[in-house]
Design a binder for this molecule. Structure first.
Ligand code: URA
Length: 198
């Protein structure tokens, strides 16, 4: 982490407080003008989030990919089609869910976001969660877990309480593209947890 990035991550609590007091549209404005980590240098569009403004379920993915970078819309590409199917299988309607990522800018060459990038972006994620106040947070894969509850290792498909909310770790939709056998396992995880959002 450069000294510049370290400095930018230091005052996270103040930033979260400011965004919460200012309201949800300010979170988007702050994301658009953010230069806290190096990702902003190569990004085309910041990817804020998509979905309901009063979601029951809040999905956290990894990072915007190439298509998301071009459009500014999360889960726009192939993984997005899988996420749509997952949401349909869960029986959620449009007002029920929202999706965003651990970082709002596209990491070059589709690499995983680095820990410091996730840290710099986390105040935005936390402000989104606090303001939208979802009942359940679904972590789509390990990067979402590392961002949202660092140091805590969750079991796939087993819900736990974390800072006053229910969180559930499920497979990232992209993992369902590359390992088709996970589709059935993911369905089992969803079936076992339906009461959380129904
Ligand atoms: N698209 C996103 O917005 N996030 C991911 O994690 C993958 C694809």
């Amino acid at each position: 982490m450069t000294a510049y990035e370290k400095d930018n991550c230091r005052d996270s609590e103040e930033r979260i407080k400011m965004m919460i007091e200012a309201g949800y549209p300010t979170v988007g404005k702050e994301i658009i003008k953010c230069t806290r980590c190096q990702l902003h240098k190569s990004t085309i569009k910041r990817v804020i989030g998509k979905g309901s403004s009063h979601p029951k379920v809040f999905f956290i993915g990894e990072a915007p990919g190439k298509r998301e970078n071009e459009t500014g819309i999360p889960f726009y590409g192939r993984a997005g089609k899988k996420l749509d199917k997952m949401i349909e299988y869960m029986g959620l309607s449009e007002e029920d869910w929202m999706v965003t990522n651990t970082v709002k800018c596209h990491p070059p060459e589709n690499r995983k976001p680095k820990i410091n990038e996730i840290k710099c972006c986390k105040p935005f994620l936390l402000a989104q969660i606090i303001l939208l106040d979802p009942k359940i947070i679904i972590l789509l894969g390990n990067t979402a877990e590392e961002s949202f509850c660092p140091g805590r290792k969750l079991e796939w498909g087993i819900p736990v309480e974390h800072e006053g909310r229910t969180i559930l770790k499920l497979y990232h939709p992209a993992a369902l593209i590359y390992t088709a056998s996970r589709i059935e396992t993911q369905r089992v995880f969803i079936d076992k947890n339906r009461t959380l959002w129904e």
